[in-house]
Design a protein around this ligand. Structure first.
Ligand code: HEC
Length: 117
């Protein structure tokens, strides 16, 4: 096999790995691309950290589907999750993740108000 075709294989492998990673974002149960695009920029960064840190032990639909609309409640949850063995979430990560969760809780609360009318 020539050096060139070996390099070609590596590129192919890299592309496949990348595709697998991107594909798994949806499977992790997170927000779809459109919903993510609607997030304010500061919140989007927080969302990305959330998606990375909070999908290790369960899918993202667990937090996203939880009926939590009280920001204080989220703080308790994130603290509880941080304390799970091997969570890999530092206190600083927790604070950054809360930016998204608090935003999301507020948005969700608003949706519910609308449907209750
Ligand atoms: C180290 C593993 C781990 C990580 C990382 C983790 N969780 Fe969890 N999570 C769990 C386990 C285990 C449960 C179920 C037990 C429980 O509710 O305490 C759970 C349950 C939950 C629930 C559902 C509770 C319920 O009553 O249905 C929510 C919401 C949640 N996690 C949010 C998060 C958020 C937000 C993050 C990121 C900050 C996160 N989790 C990161 C392990 C983890």
């Amino acid at each position: 096999m020539t050096t060139r075709s070996i390099r070609g294989l590596w590129i192919l492998l890299l592309a496949l790995t990348l595709a697998a990673c991107i594909g798994s974002v949806g499977r992790r149960g997170g927000l779809d691309g459109e919903a993510q695009a609607k997030l304010p920029e500061a919140v989007r960064e927080s969302y990305q950290l959330f998606a990375q840190k909070c999908s290790r032990c369960h899918t993202l639909s667990r937090p996203l589907g939880a009926f939590i609309t009280d920001p204080a409640h989220w703080r308790q949850y994130v603290t509880r999750m941080r304390r799970q063995p091997g969570s890999g979430i530092s206190e600083r990560d927790g604070d950054r993740i809360l930016v998204f969760l608090e935003y999301y809780a507020k948005e969700k609360g608003r949706d519910e108000e609308v449907t209750n009318e």
